[in-house]
Design a protein around this ligand. Structure first.
Ligand code: FAD
Length: 290
């Protein structure tokens, strides 16, 4: 099934993002959680790709496991960090051989200890170049990243949008957004995308936060603002169960509002867990085409 076709129905296509676990215990937990998340009939699962190639093989191992457990399509994230074009092509060939359906094509962050992204000799500088490479030589469905609160390196929102348009023009099928906690940021971004002629599905990315410390750490890494009501509600209690409940309710309210606005899909950054996603999606119609 093509990537775009998941978003061509009136169904809100749910997807879940995983990362390669570091231990056997982590892998066992991931497998249990993937099996649990399958009940929500996601369109596909994705797995992140580590900075500097640290988890390349592990990404494809996770996806192969997920495919065995669920029979669902899988997407590998891929970044340009520390890779020549030849190395990217080799990874894409391997992904193809191992049954990967889609690629989330990214530039990646500057490697640790550096502040500015530098392409390696014979490598790529921006994600639009990776999209072009994949489109020319492979038949994967392609997702790219979009930033409702503007990418941290972009000088302004319009430049960032123009750069996003390059990825779309190079052949991306869908955009998955960076996580955000205020849906107004997504709606503004969606309108702005429309104003520059972007018509492919723009899938909102949500992270159900389950504790405030984690939420602030991730939000600061991704440059996502935490609304003051959410921050005050979470800091008003030290009880982990209360913080979990507050985070889940916030993500559930975001989800219901986005679905009411008929977004094409929702991508959940589940961090290899299932409790929060299961709690927030419980009872929702995520599966049946209308
Ligand atoms: P680009 O689209 O290349 O943009 C990077 C910056 O350059 C932006 O400021 C943009 O405005 C500018 N720009 C883009 N194209 C041009 C151009 N042609 N000329 C001039 N300027 C340009 N990171 C990982 O390491 N592994 C992952 O698995 C991973 N998965 C992610 C999944 C999603 C859904 C998202 C939203 C992010 C993910 N990231 C991941 C983080 C991502 O790698 C970083 O946000 C990175 O800094 C930018 O990647 P990009 O693909 O958006 O880059």
């Amino acid at each position: 099934m093509s990537l775009a076709s998941h978003f061509a129905t009136s169904r809100c296509a749910i997807s879940f993002e995983l990362f390669p676990p570091k231990t056997e215990v982590g892998l066992k937990a991931l497998c249990d959680n993937v099996t649990r998340l399958k009940q929500f009939q996601p369109a596909f699962f994705t797995c992140t790709y580590g900075a500097g190639g640290s988890t390349q093989g592990a990404t494809l191992d996770v996806l192969q496991k997920v495919r065995e457990l669920t029979g669902l399509p899988v997407a590998s994230h891929l970044t340009c960090v520390n890779s020549t074009v030849g190395e990217l092509e080799a990874y894409l060939n391997q992904a193809k051989e191992r049954g990967t359906d889609y690629i989330v094509a990214l530039r990646g962050d500057p490697p640790q200890g550096t502040t500015e992204f530098q392409a390696v000799e014979g490598g790529l500088r921006y994600a639009n170049e990776l999209v072009e490479l994949i489109r020319k030589q492979f038949d994967f469905g392609i997702a790219v990243a979009g930033y409702p609160e503007v990418h941290q390196e972009a000088p302004d929102a319009q430049t960032d949008l123009d750069n996003l348009k390059r990825k779309v023009d190079s052949g991306a099928d869908i955009i998955i957004t960076q996580l955000f906690y205020d849906n107004a940021d997504y709606y503004r971004f969606r309108d702005n995308c429309e104003s520059v002629g972007i018509t492919i599905p723009i899938v909102p990315g949500l992270l159900p936060v389950t504790n405030f410390k984690q939420a602030t750490r991730i939000a600061s890494m991704c440059k996502a603002a935490i609304p003051s009501e959410l921050a005050s509600a979470m800091t008003a209690t030290d009880d982990p169960a209360d913080q979990f409940q507050i985070g889940v309710e916030h993500a559930r309210a975001q989800t219901l509002d986005l679905m009411a606005q008929q977004v094409p899909g929702i991508h959940y950054y589940v961090l290899n867990k299932s409790d929060a996603a299961a709690a927030l999606l419980d009872g929702m119609q995520t599966a049946q085409p209308a």
